[in-house]
Design a protein around this ligand. Sequence first.
Ligand code: URP
Ligand code: ZN
Length: 459
Amino acid sequence: MQYDLVIKGGQVVSGTGTQKTDVGIQGEKIVTVADGLRGAEELDASGKLVLPGALDVHTHFQLPFCGTVSADDFTSGSRAAALGGVTTFIDFAIQAKPASVLETVAARRAEADPKVCVDYGLHAGITEWNDERAKEIPAIIEAGLPTFKMFMIYKGQGWQSNDGDLYAALRETAKYGGMVGVHAENNDLIELLQAEADRDGLTGCYTHTLTRPDITETEAIARAINLAEAAGGTLYIFHMSTGAASDILRDARAAGIKVHAETGPHYLLLDDELFKRPDGHHFATCPPIRKPADQQRLWERLADGTVEVLATDTCTFTSEQKAMWNGDYKAIPFGMPGIEALLPLTYTNGVGAGRFSVNHMVALLSENPARIFGLEGRKGKVAEGYDADVVLFDPGLKVTMSAETHASKCDYDPFEGTKCTGWPVTTLLRGKVIVRDREFVGKPGDGAFLVRKPPAFVR
Ligand code: URP
Ligand code: ZN
């Protein structure tokens, strides 16, 4: 039989093993993984790793936030994704009150659908919990959004939920197999520390970290876990930043509580000394980047499987937008670019540095997020029946990261000058080559909205 496309002779990597073989693709699907395949088109993958496309389950493209709109839109952001070997991202439809969540989803899809270059889904952001919201839950899940986000901070933005809201949402979504993710920081404590900083005349960038010490995350995460247990819900912790929180997570999971968590490359590789630099505000995100000891513990918890997902929280602001801070740390637009670097940074610093195997990397970037976010059987594996989202990865290619060469619209790169060994060279989305030899050859509209199913909780 002749397939439409065959990837020949690469090392095909899964979460459990690596095998030198061929991948046969028919239309949008992988139909065979076996030796000696022939195709109408053949891609030589000798010397390359053949990886499932990565999933980045935490992005904020063209997000109205902090008085501006994040600079990478659905096209520039998803083009950067493709170049970085990310073939699926999950962004957010954050309820724009007084609109309902479903109205917000429709508006967000109208923005994204024509612009996306890779496949995408949306989490449903709930900013107002009431009877109407509770009634909406089954329809939101039916529309393909089985995962929700609630914010334990961002009162000023009008996004913050209280503990009762969070408990009720965990209880309600559980009835339909949904999962609630949280931005876990203690707003009251942060406000208190900010008021004290005001009193002391502190406004500089380092005050961002001084007013958000570890306890502001650990307390909120512990509280969310307690609420999830009591409500019988499933909890996801977005952007976990501290080593201490990862201990709380480990104990909760050991106690049988249904909780998953992600961390991101910025928490693993950047530390809060950066806030002392003149461009320190470029690195300001919430929760803040932490200390080397936190990085160390988060790496360990990724390696031992406690933290199951790596995601970027991409929320790009240019230096012009970041300049809005004007010397006041509270006015910084919070967020950074990151999606293009997710896979190469993880490979270099995780696999290359000997922290975990390439198979474990595939679990963190592809298999686990696909399973946890309702895309199992479709995304996350190079295996028969899966979408042909495949990355040819050159493990020896040396790339120095720079704003000069990255695809993001950002005019700085948080990892400027960082040397990576290993970089994706070719990306396929559902059987179509969208990056060939590091050149983007796809187009807006190549990607599609993913209707996701409620995921079963698997420990
Ligand atoms: O500072 C951040 N993380 N910006 C993006 C919005 C969020 O909190 O996820
Ligand atoms: Zn957040």
